[in-house]
Design a protein around this ligand. Structure first.
Ligand code: PMP
Ligand code: GLN
Length: 380
């Protein structure tokens, strides 16, 4: 076996979702919505199967979806994109991330990452022989530690991975922070892999793509996910926007990972990306409401709720309620006894993680969130 892969732990999302099922707990761990995405998209995908969309799609994606992705770049971020040469459709943002890293990283290349981080980044960087340079953002406000970030860059830096809105913190990087990151990327002549799967899930805060900043257009890979933008996480349709020479290499990585993504789903996502702006605003408003229900309830229960501006997630400090238990023991107990599941945030760190933080997902119906809060109130 490949030791590096064989020795990876099973992802925390699988572990906690299994534990939730075992104890019939409300799963506020793994981030997936409990409401169906748009019915018109689902019907379109089903009709497309009956309409003969059942053979391999073009490798880089259906032309209609690539055009829709290019249009969305212009509509939401003011970025002009060539649909035929600068867009690659992937099987989820997970594949987009892996393909982008494969396209860029050679053994010995350094990659700058920010902790806490989404759990697929580090294993892929390491499997490619990349050397992670990790900069830690600190609770409660997750402000960018500028000096440390600057020091993490070197002549060997190939790329930075930037996740905004950020999982698990819910942080949305400010214009000033993005400008600072942009200056480092330019100064060190590197690339930025921008994981923007939560681009439409921001609450009273604008989401700014690094790619839209002056001088960054040809240094960024911008990654989106239909799973998050349309509450269809099971579809696993993602997309990459990158300057043409890099997109060509990403497509070559994609050809050996997946080759092509299901055409019926692509047709439906093309339709979805062309929805009017109301759809995207309502998605964010509904998610903001759910976030407020959960966050205010957790605060009333006695948790220290950390600020968030986007995503599906809120982080809390468990110290007031944990009786000295660490995050892993506490989330286990919460699942077994209160029958509510969260994710221990130590899973989002490489080494020496904080042990007092856990992540709750609020992409659930209000009644489900309220039932979860009631269960925790009865238990604590
Ligand atoms: N990046 C982040 C930050 C995520 O939270 C997720 C999914 N939860 C992904 C990437 C993967 O997205 P997809 O399901 O489209 O592969
Ligand atoms: N991104 C989701 C989360 O953070 C989980 C995705 C997965 O299970 N792979 O909860």
């Amino acid at each position: 076996f490949n030791r590096q892969i064989a020795d990876l732990p099973v992802t925390i999302f699988t572990v906690m979702s299994a534990l939730a099922r075992q104890h019939d707990a409300i799963n506020l761990g793994q981030g997936f919505p409990d409401q169906e995405g748009p019915q018109d998209m689902i019907r379109l995908a089903a009709d497309a199967l009956l309409d003969g969309q059942n053979q391999y799609a073009p490798l880089t994606g259906l032309p209609e979806l690539r055009s829709a992705i290019a249009e969305a770049n212009l509509r939401f971020q003011g970025i002009t994109v060539q649909a035929d040469s600068e867009v690659v459709v992937t099987s989820g943002a997970t594949e987009a991330l892996a393909a982008s890293l494969m396209a860029l990283i050679e053994p010995g290349d350094e990659v700058v990452l920010m902790e806490p981080l989404y759990d697929t980044y580090l294993p892929v960087v390491r499997q490619l022989g990349g050397i992670p340079r990790i900069v830690r953002l600190q609770a409660p406000d997750w402000a960018l530690p500028r000096q440390e970030l600057a020091q993490a860059f070197s002549a060997r830096t190939k790329a930075i991975i930037l996740n905004s809105p950020m999982n698990p913190t819910g942080k949305v990087f400010t214009a000033e922070e993005l400008a600072f990151i942009a200056s480092l990327v330019q100064q060190h002549d590197t690339f930025a892999i921008c994981d923007e799967v939560y681009e439409h899930l921001v609450f009273n805060t604008p989401h700014i793509s690094l790619m839209s900043l002056p001088g960054l257009r040809n240094r960024c890979v911008r990654i989106g996910s239909a799973g998050k933008s349309f509450s269809l996480t099971g579809w696993k349709v993602g997309y990459v926007t990158a300057p043409a020479p890099l997109a060509t290499v990403i497509a070559k990585a994609h050809q050996n990972l997946v080759f092509a993504t299901p055409p019926n789903l692509q047709r439906a996502v093309a339709f979805g990306l062309r929805k009017d702006t109301d759809y995207f605003t309502t998605l964010a408003q509904d998610m903001a409401t759910q976030g407020t229900i959960l966050a205010s309830g957790l605060q009333r229960l006695g948790f220290d709720v950390l600020p968030y501006q986007g995503s599906y997630f809120v982080m809390v400090d468990i110290t007031p309620l944990a009786n000295g238990l660490d995050d892993v023991a506490f989330t286990r107990l919460l699942t077994e006894q209160a029958r509510v599941t969260a994710i221990p945030a130590s899973a989002f760190y490489d080494a020496n993680p904080p042990r007092n933080l856990i992540r709750f997902a609020f992409c659930k119906r209000a009644e489900v969130l309220i039932e979860a809060l009631n269960r925790m109130e009865a238990w604590k």
